[in-house]
Design a protein around this ligand. Sequence first.
Ligand code: NAD
Length: 406
Amino acid sequence: MTELIEHCYDYDNYLRILPEFIKTLLHHDESWHNNIKSDTGCFKQGANMQNQSDFLDYALKHQFGDLHCRVDPKSGMRAIIAIHNTKLGPALGGCRFIEYDNSASATLDAMRLARGMSFKSAVAGLPLGGGKAVIIKPKTPFDREAYFHAFGAFVHDIQGQYITAMDSGTELTDMAIIAQHTPYVASLAKDDGDPARATAYGILRGIQASVAFQKHQDHLENLVIAIQGLGHVGYLLAQHLHSLGAKLIVADINPQRVQQVVTEFGAQAVSTNDIHKVTCDVFSPCALGAIFNEKTIPQLQTRIIAGAANNQLAHHEHGQTLHDKGILYAPDYVINAGGVIFACGKYFHSDPTETEQTLNRIGKSLTEIFTRSQQENKPTSQIADTIAEEILQSPHETSQSFATAV
Ligand code: NAD
């Protein structure tokens, strides 16, 4: 978090929001990711605040780089770009456009996600650092185009340290507006910018690696796989799994999504309250964050968790709980790296074969994490974090493939 003030390009605007930042952030909990209502929902400040710490302590502890903020008085846009690490390359990470209770919650969300992107790209072996942007979505009417014009100028002012992309609440049309102001955009319609296909393919590879490790089986035929969430990723994953002979149990809050998968892939539908409780070989969360917690873990009837959702563990301690129960957990940011691998390939105009090889490495990376978890008797989530930190702290300046880094 060096140069906090120097990097806020519009100093007057920065001063306007600074008091709110400090007042609220000083009361945030170190384990603030407990306070997420859902991965993509409104980010709320929770009441459970032990181990109080301020945001500079959080930044120091997690070795942050820069935090940029911009308020555009003309449009009313308020945005934060958090850059965690640029050691391996520019910080690529999506731009969220969702509602927040206040700018402190938005800042913390951006910081948490930026750090996650550093870890994700490092373990995937990409030449990228970790960053994330948040534009605070207003609860009253606003001019969306003006917002994204202002955000595009903001991204450009950071001079390539941060590359933006689609995320919760942003669309390809928004990216096209940003691209009028800056070349630092990874999701563009001309590049077939939706990463969900690559993400779903990576999840498939991860499920195959998990099944091979836990069940010593090299096929998915007749395995029962429960999918929570049939959106962009969940639907494509269901399609892959069905074609490989798996039996599907599915749930989504959108009944049309469910009906489509029941009709096309012969899936069995259950309620959204029950999907994590069904007896299955693999449970694949593809909807929400923080779904593994004190309440849901005892209800699980699976020995493998392998899905796309970000931030699946409500708290890092839940990785230990899953490990103690003998449930093999494919760490979320390792198995769902397909999207950033795809975005990286498009941004750097890589050979598609190279991108495909990196996608295929997701399975290999997971197998190495599972093996080390078994050898060291530590949760897979902890092993993944250790590997990411080892890569980020290694003296090498450029990214290596994960397979050679461990
Ligand atoms: P999406 O919004 O297209 O799909 C999410 C689906 O979950 C929707 O169909 C929604 O109706 C459903 N849902 C919401 N609440 C639910 C509940 N309580 N029970 C069951 N279903 C529920 O999102 P997506 O792009 O498919 O991404 C899915 C998850 O994977 C998200 O957590 C996302 O952050 C993560 N992820 C996505 C990508 C990507 O490339 N799209 C990459 C990495 C991680």
